[in-house]
Write a protein that binds this ligand. Structure first.
Ligand code: SF4
Length: 471
């Protein structure tokens, strides 16, 4: 390949659609995922860059881009291969990276002109140079101990305008816990932290964005609280930025630390994503989520709500110790525990995780089609429950939790619980921001419940159950 005579263009595509989808599915997620914007930030100015998030717009196969870079989750790998083949047939150079490629480079290699194994910082600029020079190698392997210092800020200016919270970044990588379903435990690495000053610089690299978008940010760490001293020093610095709203992700046991919660509040945190996963202690134990204690949920969630921080919690179905009695009581127990919003899914034995190897060794994996590993399929046989038991409970919880009346009831309960520990104007402003985030998140998750779980109004009722039963 000859060197370019004009400045070439790179299109970074963050995939989202599943091969299973009969129609495109677009999500009303307020924030973009981090990888595309981060990669764009690390790209040297040898190329023009565009970022396309498939969650909000379709792939432009007529693009004038010379190079295509794909980022995707495991379940999107079959889709990624299809997209790569279409672009390569048009003579474009297609490269890919991410966790799936890193864990399974041999499976992915032949589908792309080049792959990046490991973390992009330190490797990606060289890869872009080689692309432009026409001497791209088939594989680039990052140093697993590569420093997290001086990673350039994500290119928020390249996020689609539909994202109301384009400022997303991360402060840490990894997690000290051993949950057996977690992708981080395929090949665990040490918990690492970025310099606080770098994170603050990211949150301030907002030139060109409208004022209101500069006032909201998300820290998309796997677990911000993996090192409490670090998390607290970061939150103190963020408080000085006087954001209107901050979102974080952390493990539930962090909330036992009252100083951490106070610092979240001072940093104007308005939403915390928490890995609740189950209201069944035996199910939590079955996946080694030992840091969670079900009897604490209600109090910890209420503590956050009272200072204006919404709880957005993961909830998994079909964990090995789930049983019919648990599912029957689940809707009422969710009412008691009162998470503001749930992100529900069927348990996924992600290939390579300890949960996957255990389920495989027990001969219970029934479906190896990767595009089914997205959380709305049951790909393994449960020890005691039938598929119908699992899907009935999954649908029932989604139906009840995301009814408009339940959404309104939870909102009112959270508003009434607000601590009046500041001026009336501050409390009013806090409630206003929190309510906006609450309804955005609730509508987003209701969309998932309606279109993916309940399949209402599309003539696809029961499709998930039938397709699962046919496995
Ligand atoms: S706490 Fe969360 S991030 Fe950490 S191992 Fe468990 S699931 Fe993964």
């Amino acid at each position: 390949m000859k060197p370019f005579r004009r400045k070439p263009k790179l299109l970074i595509i963050v995939l989202f659609q599943n091969l299973l989808d009969e129609e495109p599915y677009y999500a009303r997620n307020p924030a973009p995922p981090l990888p595309g914007l981060l990669l764009a930030g690390m790209t040297p100015p040898l190329v023009d860059v565009e970022v396309l998030h498939e969650m909000v717009r379709p792939i432009d196969y007529l693009t004038d881009a010379d190079f295509i870079a794909l980022s995707f989750m495991d379940y999107c790998a079959p889709h990624a291969y299809e997209v790569a083949a279409r672009f390569r047939a048009k003579g474009r150079i297609v490269v890919a990276g991410g966790k799936y490629i890193t864990n399974f480079p041999e499976r992915a290699q032949r589908h792309f002109d080049s792959i990046l194994v490991g973390e992009a910082q330190g490797v990606w600029p060289r890869m872009v140079e080689d692309m432009v020079e026409g001497c791209l190698r088939p594989r680039y392997v990052a140093d697993p101990e590569a420093s997290l210092d001086d990673i350039p800020p994500p290119r928020y200016d390249l996020a689609e305008k539909v994202f109301s919270t384009p400022i997303v970044t991360e402060a840490t990588r990894g997690c000290p816990h051993s949950c057996t379903f977690c992708q981080l435990n395929i090949d665990p690495v040490t918990y690492r932290m970025r310099p606080v000053a770098d994170v603050i610089r990211d949150l301030c690299s907002t030139e060109g964005l409208p004022y209101h978008k500069r006032k909201f940010a998300m820290l998309l760490d796997n677990n911000l609280g993996g090192d409490m001293a670090y998390a607290k020093s970061l939150l103190r610095e963020i408080a000085a930025l006087k954001l209107w709203g901050l979102g974080v992700q952390c493990s539930i046991e962090c909330l036992r630390d009252e100083e951490f919660v106070r610092l979240l509040q001072q940093a104007r945190c308005r939403m915390a994503f928490l890995g609740m996963e189950s209201l069944n202690d035996r199910s939590l134990e079955s996946v080694k989520k030992r840091q969670n204690r079900v009897e604490e949920y209600r109090e910890l969630f209420a503590r956050l709500h009272s200072v204006g921080i919404l709880t957005f919690t993961g909830l998994m179905f079909a964990l090995d110790e789930d049983d019919s009695a648990y599912y029957e009581s689940l809707p009422e127990r969710l009412e008691e525990v009162n998470p503001a919003v749930i992100l529900s899914s069927i348990a996924i034995p992600i290939v390579g995780t300890p949960l996957y190897w255990k389920t495989l060794a027990e001969g219970r994996i029934r479906d190896h089609e990767l595009s089914h590993y997205e959380g709305d399929h049951l790909v393994f046989e449960h020890p005691t429950l039938t598929r119908e038991d699992v899907f009935t409970a999954y649908r029932e919880v989604n139906r009840r939790f995301f009814s408009w009346s339940a959404i309104a009831r939870r909102w009112w309960r959270i508003v009434r619980s607000q601590r009046r520990n500041a001026s009336l104007v501050s409390v009013f402003f806090r409630i206003l921001i929190m309510s906006g985030i609450y309804f955005k998140l609730s509508v987003f998750q209701r969309q998932h419940a309606t279109e993916r779980v309940l399949q209402k109004g599309k003539g696809k009722e029961e499709r998930r159950v039938f397709s699962a039963a046919a496995m």
